[in-house]
Write a protein that binds this ligand. Sequence first.
Ligand SMILES: CN1CCCC[C@@H]1Cn1ccc2ccc(-c3n[nH]c(N)c3C#N)cc21
Length: 241
Amino acid sequence: MTMRLDYLSIFPAYFDVLDISLLGKAAVNGLVEVHAHDLRDWTHDRHRTVDDTPCGGGAGMVMKPDPWGEAFDEIIGTEPDSSVHVIFPSPSGAPFTQSAAQELSSAVRIVFCCGRYEGIDHRVIDYARSMWTVHEVSLGDYVLNGGEVAALAITEAVVRLVPGFMGNPESLAEESFSAGQDGLLEYPLFTRPVSWRGLDVPEVLMSGHHGRIAKWRRDESVRLTCERRPDLTDSDFGVPH
Ligand SMILES: CN1CCCC[C@@H]1Cn1ccc2ccc(-c3n[nH]c(N)c3C#N)cc21
């Protein structure tokens, strides 16, 4: 089943990058289908206006609802369909998580609505909620200038989980935040040369003793998680005292 991805933005060129790397290969293999759209194509004035001053006053400009509605009609349609997932990146959205990426990886259709200025007229989101499955999500607790970078990050997190996308699906199981890692951060990685600029690969990893290697890796994951992400340690991971 091909996953169709649509991107609505006043900077559609942001999504040209999706033609390269693994994502480009996935498109070639028919796993995903990518369509980027210029929101200004649904304006009707000479200046192709997409914004206006905020009702109630305040700084900056707000994105007008009209172009979004007309773009929705043409790109998605005018009939409700809960199988269509519409994503609004927003600093006030719910944190985007690996489990959200996992859920979205089985979607047949995802439409990214990339706002700019101060944001999008809220009625656009309300209308979308009445028609499709809407996700207002945030990439993290910092401010970007628009939703495009978030849409790209979410795309990569989702598409890499689509069955058939990754050459070796087993590699997904050992990653940070994946279910198989018990919510722990990934352990440190090493490869050859064994000694580099006076720095050596931990001896245990060269021992060939799989049990000891597994214990070292688990201990390192617990140590790193306790140090860097105490918020993920909802229980005592048997932290070595
Ligand atoms: C700067 N400007 C005035 C303050 C409010 C935001 C606005 C810019 N802006 C407009 C649309 C839009 C969408 C997402 C984000 C965003 N920022 N940080 C995240 N984690 C984001 C996500 N995901 C920012 C956006």
